[in-house]
Design a protein around this ligand. Sequence first.
Ligand code: GLP
Length: 242
Amino acid sequence: MIHVYDTPRELYDAAAWLWIQAALDRRRGQGGLVGIATGTTTAPIHETVARLYAVAPFDTRAIAICAVDDYAGMEAGHIASCSERIRRQLMRPLGLAEEQALLPDRFTGSDAPLQYEDAVARRGGVRMQMLGLGEDGHIGFNYPGASFGEGAHWVDLPQSTGDTLRRLYDLPAEKAPTHGLTLGIRSILMSRRIVIAATGARKAAIVRDAVLGPVCERVPASALQLHRDVAWLLDKEAASLL
Ligand code: GLP
């Protein structure tokens, strides 16, 4: 399903309501986590969730979240780490306890991906995974060429990811992360529902390739064509080549 909004703002509002709906949907026995991706597209969605909560608080006790990916080797609490951004953007504003979130920065060592994936499964899997889209088609840290069959795994990050992070967070070169942990395409496809958001003309070509192009590992987001419940949330510019 493709939803096109006139402005990014309208997209952020719609996505925030979907987030709240998914987070509160704890029908008996359903369980499951809401999967979070951090980036410049999802940050304003999270801010909107926090703003809505501030004016009309809802019961957050049953909310449980997890992160799709995180950088390795960052200082604990560093603002650029995905786990820390999730704490700042969602957990603190919504008053969520640490036990309500499964965050990769608590998992270390070569077994960390397996342990992370097991922990997600033990909490009922991912009920709704919200994603952003990289200009090269990456989702989480699944870059072009990533195998669709992979579960959670360690990834060597491309230079472009380190550069973006340095630009956004003013990090010195030696502090830019070089690897990270991500849920794989196979794990993402196991989510019951996927919501992916993209805005701006820069994303138009990759949105077209992911939605209309062949399903291939060169375009990681094209794997979403294999899932039966995916909502693409696009602004007019990102949707302009569809
Ligand atoms: C990053 C993250 C993704 C994010 C994507 C898009 O590398 N690992 O989880 O969704 O790129 O980011 P943005 O929304 O800033 O374009």
